[in-house]
Design a protein around this ligand. Sequence first.
Ligand code: EPZ
Length: 436
Amino acid sequence: MTDSIRVTGGRALQGEVHVRGAKNFVSKAMVAALLGSTTSTLRNVPKILDVDIVASLLSLHGVKVNYDVDSGVVVMDTSDLTPADAVDIAKHAGSSRIPILLCGPLLHRLGTAVIPDLGGCRIGDRPIDFHLEILKKFGAVVEEGPDGLHLSAPNGLRGIKHELSYPSVGATEQLLLTAVMADGITTLHNAAVEPEIKDLIDTLQKMGAIISVDTDRSITIEGVSSLVGYDHVSLADRIEVGSWASAALATGGDIFARGAQQRHMGSFLNTFRKVGGGFEVKPDGIRFFHPGGPLKPIALQTDVHPGFMTDWQQPLVVALTQATGLSIVHETVYENRLGFTAALNQMGAQVQLFRECLGDKQCRFGQLNFKHSAVISGPTPLKAAEIEVPDLRGGFSYLIAALAAEGTSTVTNIGIIDRGYENFRAKLTDLGAVID
Ligand code: EPZ
């Protein structure tokens, strides 16, 4: 598959896409299988690179992984685990940040873990300080080696009391995956409570874990001595659904996202409606369409759940370039998640970035010189261009922009999009897009 495609824009996307499980859940559920002494089965798994990466990392550690792509079922036999070295882990992990989440389970099962240098999308410096602080508090010993960080647990892992300075999704997952078999009680305050986290908690509970989530977003875990495998169906990928919805809006189209679940998309659906988009919730998915007439500008702030998710921001910004008037976006989760708009401006959009917090939400980036707010003036006709994919969601946003633009764009470095969007080329073609 070449790493670039040509997209001829100006056609409304019409038809149906099937959205399967959530990228940001299935990868973690596969890691959780390491905690189980018996076989785990994960269903509704999408065919994306992140799943391949985790499957190969599990195999590296002795897990027998059987991944049936068509049925979307992954079966993981974790009865015979073995340690792996940093070089092999780095080779398999690529730019994925998943290796750090393997630590808790591997420390419990093998007493040792390794973290090679981590990657992830270029949307900020993606630190892992929250993770390391948590692992050390549980009793892990972290030694820096030439090939990465080497972890051990000479005295075992004991429950902790922890409060996150920011409700980090990854750090919350790190704590959950370590606490479930730690000795004693663990409490976490200011936890992330995204739907993907709730699904991970449900999965761990099926394995034998004892976890409760309180109304103040605190989580309490009573450690148990062993866990068994699970059988779980992943929730739908609400980020992919939001991406197709934004594509329908930006191209004046009508897309039925089979598998979409309203219960995880409240803030997106409200925003989509405020911009002037139409949607219809059906028993087996959600239909998103442009009802005709002008789109309306909005003031938008991203936030942790149940707020408007940061991963929905980039695709929706492309649709906002077609709204009549000024829209304001305040990105409060990542410091550099608006950088992708430079390419949109090359195509004719009018997006101006600001260091100020253009919104009233608490934000860590004010006065820190990060251009994390945007003013978008529309509607602006977009013209085809040659654009390079910078990160996963920015990349899909560029596809949306190319689909809305007049002329034929060349989008390069599109392999990144395979990390999180199953069969996106075929889906685009099925929706009537002209790509080659
Ligand atoms: C997860 O990333 C998702 N990735 C992201 O989706 C998503 O945008 C993000 O959560 C927020 O919902 C996966 O689940 C694989 P965080 P994660 O820890 O866990 C700071 C996508 O496109 N932070 O909640 O890495 C961090 O810099 C991806 O699918 C620290 O400072 O996100 C950021 O500003 C993009 N130190 C904020 O917290 C740390 O040790 C939120 O990060 C960890 C995070």
